[in-house]
Structures are given as C-alpha cells and as structure tokens.
Ligand binder design. Structure first.
Ligand code: F6R
Length: 620
C-alpha cells in the first residue's frame, strides 16, 4: 500500500491511492494493537464510527478475523454516537448498522459492545451520558478512536460550535448533516432531529485517533480541518492538538489540499508537463489574464519562480500551454469515418446529463451510438410515481380492453403496499419493477430526443445494484462478463464511462471499476478501443485536466436540456444523496458546460457557448 505524507499540514495526513488501501492501513493499525494486547492478555478498547467511511475498515477486520485468525474476543467497543430518538432495531439506527456491518461477523462479546441508547427518556440523558463516559474510563480509556468527518466538519455528531472540552451529550443535528442523511432515511423529514454523541473532549482523550475521509465531496472540509487553524466551526480541526492523530485519505478526498492544488507553494515540484499545465492554467485563471498575456512577474508573485527559471520565460510557458489546451478542442469526437460508439450510463440519465451534447453531435456526424444503462435506477423513483403508473396501466388496459383483472390486482396490491409503507422500508419486487420500468421508458424517450433509436439501447440491470436499498452489493463476476459480452458483440471504436472520483461506495464508482476490468480482459484478447471518461452528475473535469473539449452551440444545449427533461421522475431530487444542491439536473448540466466554456474563454482560447469535457482513461 503506497502512501505519502502531506507536507505542511497541521495534522499528520497520509494519502493513499484508493479508499481500499487507506482502509487496509487503518485495519493494520487496529490489528497490530489487538494482537499485541492479546498476547499480553490485555483488552483492547476501540472507539468506533458508523457511516459510509469505515465500511472498508470493518470489511477488512472481518476478513482478518475469518481468514487470518484475528481474535477479537478481548476487544471492548464504544460507538461514537446514535440518533435520538431511535429504537435499536430501526433500519437506520447505528445499533442495527453496527451489528449488520461488523459485530455479527466477528467474535466481540455482546457485553463488551457499547452504543449510545437512542431510546432513553430525555430527562435521563444527562445521567446516561455521564455513565457512558464512566464506562469508557472503567474500561481503561479508548486505545484507538476511529473517525469519519461530516461535510460540516463534525466528528461524531459534534456539529459546528461544539467546544474543545465538550463531553458525551444530547445534541441537535445540523441541517447539512440531516440533508446528507436524507437519502438513508428516504426524506429529510424522517431524519431524527437529535443524536447522542461523544464530545470533542471525550474523543481527544483517546490514546490514538484515526480519521478517514474518502471521496471528492469530502475534499473541501478536509482541507479546512487539516490546513487551517483550529476552530469551533470545524470540530475535526481540534484533532490538531492531539498527540497521536492521523488522517487517512484517498486521492479524491485529498484533492483540495495545497500540495495537490498548488504544490509549488509547499514543496519542490518536479515540473512534468502535467504540473506545468496545472500551474499555468491556475495562474492564468487566478490573475485573470489570458495565457498569452501572462508575464514573468505574474509567475514570480505566485511562488512560480522555479517554473519560470526552468521552463520560462512567461511567453514560452503561456504559448506552450495555450497550444496544448487548444488541441483539446474537438468538433468531431469520434473522427470523420462512421464508427460504433458505446456510452455507459451508470443510472439511466447520466448519459444525457453529462454528455448529451456530445451524443447529439456524434449521432449527427453519422456514428452508430449505443447506450448501455448499467443499473435500473429504481431506488431513485418516488412512490407517488409508481402509484401513478400502476393507475395509468390499469386505465390503459381498461380503455383498450386488455386483461383488466390482473392489472387491477397489481394496482391494488401496489397501492395497499404504498399506503402502509413506513419511511425507509424497502419496496416489494413488484414496486421495484414498476419503478425500474419508469426509468427505462424515460431513458428510451431521452435517447430518442438525442436521435438514438431504441434498438441501440441496452438495459443491463447489473446484479450489484439489485439490493432494493441505498446500500449496494459488491460487483458480481457476471456483471463483468456481461460487459465483456457487450464489447464483443458491438465492437466499439470508442467508449464513454462515468469516471467518478467521489462517493467511494457509490454506484458510479462500482460501474466504472466493472468496465475497467472488462476493458482489461478484452484488451488481453486483442480488442482495442478508446476509453473516454466523463464526470457524473455532480462534478466536472477542471480546465487543466481536460483532454477532449467538445464545444456545444446554444441549440445543442437546448436539445440536451430537452433530453434531460424526459427524465421526469428525476425532477426535484433535492432530498436524495448529493441533493444538497437544490438546482435541478438540467440547470446544473447547463451551468457546468457553460462554466467550462467560460474558463476556456478566460484562458484566451476560442469563445464557445458551452463545452462538454472528457479525459482519457489510463489504466493504473
Ligand atoms: C458516525 C459519525 C459521523 C460520520 C460522518 C461521516 O458514527 O459519527 O461523524 O463519521 O458523518 O459520515 P460518512 O462516513 O457517511 O461520510
């Protein structure tokens, strides 16, 4: 597991290539101490966290237990927090989550597991919290505290404003935290208002602290916690005063650290062509001067004298980067000869949201464009839509004299189920099928709006997605085989993949990894094609990263928006994960394509209305 320390950080910070590597490193820290204490006949006290971040750590500890004899019978655990009020068997309680994710698979003794009680009476909370702290002390204090970090900078549920000395207590959750949890609870209104959490002071008493953060969405808060002075506004920043705290990041979560954004400010830089491009583009956008207007003093005033000395003067650097960026502009993304192009869409709308304009262009230029929808996306359909379509089909069949009885029965079953459905309760297979069908028909309509006929669409319904819940299974070997077969059947000249960095356990990431594996397999058999990465619905490639920029006219952007509109069920997604952004998909798509065009314009490149951006996939 290769990793490197971040220079100039106020907290010891290690960056790993992937979240898997970082999780294995965290597991190693825990394993070492447990084995050492086991041989000395001492217990090990672990402070544990929930959420998406520690999943990989728990998986690895389970593996070590099952395959490498790691004995956890001497481990005592204290969880950081629990929602309040919440019964322990609630599908969203941290009690249930911890048991399902970890405790049920290892040999930690039941009586050694401590998780704050979400069922106590409010009046008893203070006493209860003191007893929780006492239990920690009685166990000898926490040896290793595992932490994630929320987008508010919280550790545990210590929201902004928590003091350095705060102790275990009942707290009110921040609106951002509640919004982030909305996806798990199927609506923000179902997320509890309060939680019981260990305090910052409690956490700081642990002998060792390991904070993990994965995914691009954590990058902005990580940089504040790690590089800025300690402040109550960001509880995690208090870890800076802990004698043995380590932050473990994947590359995506580390992306905003100065050492990556502006490495020349904190270390000696090896001026590779990529780094030169990053620095010069950054400088141009920062000083608001086109590439060809940059001057030597601009470089000197911004810590770039080394670059100037080695590769300058400014005129040369500006000209080289200008030429390089100009070459990214591509009006014919698949060339002049008609080709088969295969676009992978993790959910049924990522294709049009992220590269609808390019798809329209490719179709107009005579290429055979196929789209493979990798998952049904059924989780993201509202109940009311399933109800409406059951109603529609029943009325449709009645009008056209088709098999009325069976449809009426389905409609009744669906309505009955939805009437009684509790928040977060998984759907029946029947409802999931209807929801999947809604998205499939929307995808067909949207593809047609881009000029792709239905026979060029593949609905793969990959197995890893079919859990009926937000949590997904790992990729299935048959999923990869399905992709390989698709490559063999279609023989594409070019494929497009959603190349996400964020959301390490998310659908996009899993889809991308399955595709990469399939590409490696067919390449070994001699099949070859270009692999281009687009960014999913939430982010965009940055101007210095782009390797192919496809300009879009205002008319094409309008057509792209019309295609996005076809995904009617995906309107108003503010309550779903990532839904902190209240704007709708078509608005964000347009803004982001415009933003890239504006950045190109600011660099002094030709002025376009909008641009879709791509990067080439490089294996490893
Ligand atoms: C969980 C906890 C929280 C999470 C944080 C990050 O017990 O205390 O502080 O660690 O909200 O959550 P994820 O990992 O889901 O991004």
């Amino acid at each position: 597991m290769s990793s490197h320390y971040v220079p100039n950080a106020r907290l010891r910070t290690l960056v790993f290539k992937t979240s898997g590597d970082a999780s294995r490193h965290a597991a190693l820290i825990v394993e070492r101490l447990v084995r050492e204490n086991n041989s000395a006949g001492r217990p090990t006290v672990l402070g544990l966290a929930t959420g998406s971040t520690p999943v990989g750590l728990y998986r690895e500890l389970i593996r070590l237990h099952k395959e490498e004899g790691l004995d956890l019978s001497g481990v005592i655990t204290f969880n950081l927090d629990e929602y309040f009020p919440i019964p322990p068997d609630d599908p969203h309680s941290y009690h249930r989550w911890m048991h399902e994710t970890f405790f049920n698979h290892v040999n930690i003794k039941k009586h050694n597991i401590h998780i704050p009680d979400g069922t106590l009476k409010k009046d008893d909370a203070e006493d209860y919290c003191q007893r929780y702290e006492m239990a920690i002390r009685k166990a000898g204090g926490i040896d290793i505290q595992v932490l994630g970090i929320g987008r508010t900078g919280h550790i545990g549920f210590n929201e902004p404003g928590s003091t350095r000395n705060s102790r275990t207590r009942l707290v009110t959750l921040d609106p951002v935290t509640r919004r982030d949890a909305a996806g798990d609870f199927f609506g923000e209104e179902n997320v509890p208002q309060q939680a019981i959490t260990m305090g910052v002071g409690t956490i700081l008493e642990a002998r060792k602290v390991v904070l993990m953060a994965f995914g691009e969405h954590k990058a902005p808060i990580v940089v504040k916690a790690v590089e800025q002075p300690q402040t109550e506004a960001i509880s995690a920043s208090f870890l800076q005063s802990h004698p043995d705290a380590t932050v473990l990041l994947d590359e995506a979560a580390a992306g905003d650290l100065t050492v990556f954004r502006r490495p020349w400010e904190v270390t000696t830089v090896d001026w590779t062509p990529d780094r030169i491009r990053q620095a010069v583009v950054w400088l141009s956008l920062t000083v608001k001067k086109a590439l060809l207007k940059l001057s030597d003093p601009d470089f000197r005033d911004h810590h770039l004298y080394d670059l100037l000395r080695e590769h300058g003067p400014a005129e040369t650097l500006g000209w080289e980067v200008f030429q390089d960026r100009a070459k990214t502009i591509q009006h014919e993304p698949a060339g002049k000869e008609p080709q088969t192009v295969l676009v992978f869409s993790p959910h049924p709308d990522d294709d049009v949201i992220s590269m609808g304009g390019t798809i329209i262009r490719l179709v107009e230029q005579g290429h055979k464009v196929h789209v493979a929808y990798m998952t049904s996306g059924n989780i993201a359909v509202f109940d009311h839509d399933a109800r409406r379509f059951a109603d529609f089909v029943e009325a449709f069949n009645r009008i056209f004299g088709i098999d009325g009885k069976a449809t009426a029965e389905v409609k009744e079953r669906v309505q009955k189920f939805l009437d009684a459905k509790g928040p977060g309760q998984p759907d029946t297979d029947e409802v999931l099928k209807i929801k999947g069908l809604i998205r499939e028909t929307e995808a067909r309509a949207a593809a047609l709006a881009c000029g792709i006929p239905p026979e060029r669409l593949e609905f793969m319904d990959l197995r890893f997605y079919r859990t009926g819940t937000i949590a997904k299974a790992p990729i299935h070997p048959e999923d990869i085989n399905d992709i390989v077969k698709l490559f063999e059947r279609l023989q594409p000249a070019q494929i497009y993949v959603a190349g996400e960095l964020s959301d390490p356990h998310g659908t996009h990431r899993t889809c991308a990894e399955a595709i990469y594996e399939a590409v490696r397999r067919v390449r070994r058999k001699g099949q070859n094609f270009e692999v281009w990465l687009y960014r999913g619905a939430w982010e965009e490639w940055e101007p210095h990263q782009i390797e192919m920029a496809v300009p879009l006219s205002p008319e094409t952007v309008e057509r792209k928006k019309l295609a996005i509109f076809r995904h009617q069920s995906q309107k108003d997604k503010a309550m779903f994960p990532g839904g902190h952004d209240k704007r709708e998909f078509w608005q964000r798509a347009e803004e982001r394509n415009r933003a890239t065009a504006i950045a190109y314009d600011a660099l002094g490149l030709p002025e376009f209305y909008a641009v879709e951006a791509f990067v080439r996939w490089k294996d490893g």
